[in-house]
Write a protein that binds this ligand. Structure first.
Ligand code: GDP
Ligand code: IMO
Ligand code: MG
Length: 429
């Protein structure tokens, strides 16, 4: 019966991939329910490092069925490149299932993503340039191409024609680009049909039957709460629902099936791309740079340096509320080794007024200045700690302080990138 959700509680890159992988051997299905190859999830198993973009992290667990849900947008070229890359490394990908209702990222949407960013200039979002936003826009605009359309050439051609009628106007008249031929899109998509066909299924039915048979289904988010199109720092967000609600719409699993919601939260904070980030550190040679170096904070997808800052407790509480977090996984505690004292943002100063929760408006959040409390740090290496009691007392106190401020219990603590570098306080399943 259990359907368990994993979501990012900050701005992404919290370590969702590692958390999913830890549970992978104990679950029957892992479903990616939102986003596409804008995601970058790094999983370290012994001396092997895997960077997953489109495939669910469960693909690395031999016993479990990885599912690309209906809420995902699929770049088919990337899908097969990623499959081939893993197969070449000895990973069996043959169980992968893809929803018939997932949308396809067509080449013109990658073009629109990139040129739209250039047109926005200083107002740009800092997207990954993978065509994510324009593909979700087509979906909402009812001009999208779905996986199932590829199996009926006549329908596919009609849909591509319909989409290009509008898209070519935009490309040529607004963005000054060449028009796209229907044939080039259709011909490319048809090259994937034979490989794709055996993977495609009615995934909501499959998952419903799995839950009815008492199987465990893990729903793995891409991106995070503050990048969610409804609940994030709009417009500096991705274009999908990265929160628990999105796990339901993006998989076809009903809210009443969800038994646990695991929020992944870093012991500090990072962000890639544009948009507000109250605790950001701007120094080039101080704490921000040190967090970036110690935490290897460079994007898995685009290689961009991640913006770094201190833990923001109102954000964690907000994520706990929006997602109904039952358990937090606190990641990268080991990265904080070496500071005498560690600031934690406990509230904001918004134009002279103390605000304890996430401000209601975009303007409020842009003006929010962190109000910090300071906690004693530690200098010991945490990477070999395996129980809570192994942690130095000040690190234990830091975790307990964050737990008190963040709205849910901290059940698991990460002290390194490897599967084994994990402290379990409460079982996640
Ligand atoms: P995701 O997008 O949420 O899956 O996160 P990313 O994979 O983009 O970024 C998290 C990075 O931190 C990866 O390189 C992980 O290998 C690494 N990582 C995860 N947990 C820990 C941890 O507890 N300690 C350290 N030092 N690294 C971690
Ligand atoms: P994971 O799953 C961090 C950010 C981009 C940009 C904004 C919109 O690894 O946590 P998009 O290409 O989605 O339209 O870009 O969202 N972004 C991410 N930041 N981690 C991610 O994924 C992200 N996916 C998108 O940097 O600011
Ligand atoms: Mg990532």
């Amino acid at each position: 019966m259990p359907a368990v959700v994993i979501v990012g509680a900050q701005w992404g890159d919290e370590g969702k991939g590692k958390a999913t992988d830890i549970l992978g051997s104990r679950v029957d299905y892992v479903v990616k329910f939102n986003g596409g190859n804008n995601a970058g999830h790094t999983v370290v198993i012994g001396d092997q490092k895997y960077a997953l973009h489109l495939l669910p992290s469960g693909i690395l667990s031999p016993g479990c069925v990885p599912v690309i849900g209906n809420g995902v947008v699929v770049d088919l070229k990337v899908l097969f490149e990623e499959i081939d890359g893993l197969e070449a490394r000895g990973i069996d990908t043959s169980k992968l299932v893809v929803s018939a209702n997932a949308h396809v990222i067509a080449d013109y949407n990658r073009t629109v993503d990139k040129v739209a960013e250039r047109f926005l200039g200083s107002r740009k979002i800092g997207t990954t340039g993978r065509g994510i936003g324009p593909t979700y826009a087509d979906k909402m605009n009812r001009l999208g191409i779905r996986i199932q359309d590829l199996f009926d050439e006549k329908i596919l051609r009609q849909k591509v024609e319909g989409a290009l009628e509008l898209k070519n106007q935009i490309l040529t008249k607004i963005y000054n680009r060449r028009a796209v031929e229907v044939d080039e899109i259709v011909d490319e998509l048809l090259t994937y049909v034979d490989r794709l066909r055996p993977m495609v299924a009615d995934t909501p039915l499959l998952l419903h039957e799995a839950l009815a048979a008492d199987k465990t289904v893990l729903l793995e988010a891409g991106q995070a709460t503050l990048l969610d199109v409804d609940h994030g720092t709009y417009p500096f967000v991705t274009s999908s629902s990265a929160t628990t609600g999105g796990a339901c719409t993006g998989s076809g699993i009903a809210p009443s099936e969800i038994t646990r919601v695991i929020g992944i939260v870093k012991a500090y904070a990072t962000r890639v791309g544009e948009g507000p980030f109250p605790t950001e550190l701007f120094d080039d040679d101080g704490d921000g740079a040190r967090l970036r170096t110690n935490g290897a904070e460079f994007g898995t997808t685009t290689g961009r340096p991640r913006r770094c800052g201190w833990y923001d407790a109102p954000i964690a509480r907000y994520a706990a509320r929006i997602n109904g977090v039952t358990d937090f996984v606190l990641t990268k505690l080991d990265v904080l080794t070496g500071w005498d004292r560690i600031p934690v943002c406990v509230a904001y100063d918004v134009d002279g007024e103390r605000i304890d929760e996430m401000p209601m408006t975009q303007t409020g959040f842009h003006h929010a200045k962190p109000i910090y409390e300071y906690f004693d740090g530690w200098h010991e290496d945490l990477s070999t700690c395996r129980t809570f009691e192994d942690l130095p007392q000040t690190a234990q106190d830091y975790v307990l302080t964050l737990e008190k401020m963040s709205g849910a219990r901290i059940s698991t603590i990460g002290v390194g990138p490897d599967r084994e570098q994990t402290i379990v306080r409460h079982d996640l399943l």
